[in-house]
Each structure stands twice: as C-alpha cells, then as structure tokens.
Design a binder for this molecule. Structure first.
Ligand code: NAD
Length: 286
C-alpha cells in the first residue's frame, strides 16, 4: 500500500519503519524534520498525504491532531483511509472522524499500548474505533505494527478503551510503589515482597512486568535510573484525559482523580522526563 505517516517521534518513527520494512511504500512527515530508515521524507505535510491509500498520524495531543487532520482531509484522495494512533480525548477523536465523514473518507481512531519497546518490536496492542469497513482496510497494517488488535466499537471507542486502560495503569503503579515503600518501612526485603505479591492476589502488570523497584523482577526502567519507558508527564496527560472524560460523563473515578493529582505533583516537583514508575523513588526520599 501507499502510506503517508505524519508524526515520526518516539512512537511514530519505529511504527513507520516497520510498515516500510514489511514492503509498503511509506512517505513520512514530521515538523522536526526527522528521517526514518526506509521511509521517504516529504518536505511538506500535503506531500505525505496526496496520492496515498492510507494516512497514519502519531501526534502529541488532541489540538494538534485536529489541526493536522483538517489539512489531511483537504489533501487526501477520495478512497483514502485516515488512521489516528495518537492518545487523545474522545471528543477530539470523534471530531476528526466527523471531518473525514464530511468528505466521504474512511477513518479510525487506533491508539496503542506497549510503549516505545512495543513500537520497535512490532508488538503493540491496537484498540480501534470506527466502521467495520474502515477496520477491515486498516487491520493488515495494525498486524504489522502490533501483536494484538481489538475493534472496540464505533468512532472514539478506541480512545475510550485507551484512557480506561491507562487509568488502571496509573492507579496500579502508585499502589505497587506504596506497597514497596511500606515494605521498606517494615524492614521487609524487596525481593521477598516481589516474590510473594507477584504470585499472589497483588500481582499486576505494574508489579510483575514493569517492577518499579530496581534490581527486583524483570528488567524495567527502574534498572536504568528511571529513564523512560513511559514518561511521568505522559501518564499525567492520560490521567487528565480520563478525569476530564469522567467529569463530562458523570462517572465516579475517585482513585483516578487521586492518581492524576499524585502524577501532577510529581511532574511539577521535577519528575518530568522520568519514568512513571519513579514514584517509588520519590516515596523513598520522603
Ligand atoms: P513524540 O513527542 O516523541 O512524537 C510526536 C512527534 O510529532 C514529534 O516528532 C513532533 O515533531 C511531531 N509533530 C508535532 N506536531 C506536528 C505537526 N503539526 N505535524 C507533523 N509532526 C508533528 O511523542 P510519542 O512518544 O511518539 O507519542 C506520540 C503519541 O503516542 C502521543 O499521543 C502519546 O500519548 C502516544 N503514546 C506514547 C507512548 C510512549 O510510550 N511514548 C505509548 C503509547 C502512546
């Protein structure tokens, strides 16, 4: 397929590279002028959109996605499929679906889980919102960039799944960090705490796979001085999205709100650029 890829950052670059490596003709554009192995660079966004069968965007936030998609929709071929893989608010996701609909173009919201490691390895999980026809066209590309693809429902359903998942993640990471912190105060060995909780009812991804305690469990950002991984400010962004959605839709998410406040305080106190599991380091320093 002929694919235009807009936003070649930490996630977009390896995703575009994998599409090209699978034999697709990929043209890329990023305002930072990034170049990616196997991807033809476009000098302007329109050059990455015109003539393409599929356009993929992987951008920082909803405001940027809305602006970029206005230009994408204006330059896209009539048969093109537009896929946004960024993590954004459900309202913006639905708004860019409407932009595409108004021009008769197919579109999908398809945020991902799995981080930069998953993007590089082609093992991301895709959670997808949009019509059956659009999903059928996009699916082969998701299967190159990811290991798991779930069609969650109509427009915006992928973003809804993403913010719910990341609300669980933020809450569970704080819980695991607090448990290690309490274990320290009680004189309990961290390895013993891991060996018990990771095979007991406290087991969860934040503990078993992404353990925030260095030297304990499988290798994780904690073993690399909390270099992200998944940066604390991105977790704050996602918890802001889930909390805004909860407030707008009348959902009671007390722990989600509390987790958002914990990450906001952490980021404001210098945690920006550190992995989101560094909450344990902060607790240990208190
Ligand atoms: P990033 O900041 O590394 O990449 C974003 C890229 O978009 C940058 O290279 C930037 O120059 C480019 N860009 C910004 N405005 C642009 C424009 N108008 N036109 C073209 N390019 C533009 O961010 P990232 O880590 O790659 O994350 C991208 C998205 O994926 C975000 O929505 C993030 O929440 C989500 N996400 C990130 C991770 C992760 O672990 N990093 C995991 C899952 C989802």
């Amino acid at each position: 397929m002929k694919i235009g890829f807009i936003g070649l950052g930490n996630m977009g670059a390896p995703m575009a590279k994998n599409l090209a490596a699978a034999g697709h003709a990929v043209t890329g554009f990023d305002t930072a002028g990034v170049t990616v192995e196997g991807v033809a660079p476009a000098a302007a966004m329109e050059a990455a959109v015109a003539g393409q069968e599929v356009i993929v965007t992987m951008l920082p936030n909803g405001a940027i996605v809305r602006t970029v998609h206005e230009a994408v929709v204006a330059a896209a071929e009539p048969e093109a499929l537009i896929i946004d893989c960024s993590t954004i608010d459900v309202e913006s996701a639905r708004a860019v679906h409407d932009l595409a609909d108004a021009k008769g173009l197919m579109s999908l919201d398809a945020p991902v889980s799995g981080g930069t490691g998953g993007a590089a390895a082609g093992t991301l999980t895709f959670m997808v919102g949009g019509s059956e026809a659009a999903f059928a066209k996009g699916r082969p590309l998701f299967e190159i960039m990811g290991a798991k693809v779930v069609h969650c429902g109509e427009a915006g359903a992928g973003q809804a799944a993403k913010i719910c998942n990341n609300m669980i993640l933020g809450i569970s990471m704080i819980g695991v960090c607090e448990a290690f912190h309490l274990a320290d105060k009680l004189g309990l060995d961290r390895q013993a705490m891991f060996d018990v909780a990771s095979t007991s009812s406290g087991s969860c991804w934040s503990l078993n796979t992404y353990c925030p305690a260095p030297g304990v469990g499988p290798e994780s950002p904690a073993d690399r001085g909390y270099k992200p991984g998944f940066a604390a400010e991105l977790m704050l962004k996602d918890l802001d999205l889930s909390q805004t959605a909860a407030e707008k839709n009348g959902a009671s998410t007390e722990l989600g709100r509390h987790a958002r406040d914990v990450y906001r305080a952490f980021v404001e106190a210098g945690g920006k650029g550190r992995d989101f599991s560094a909450i344990l380091e902060k607790l240990s320093a208190e």
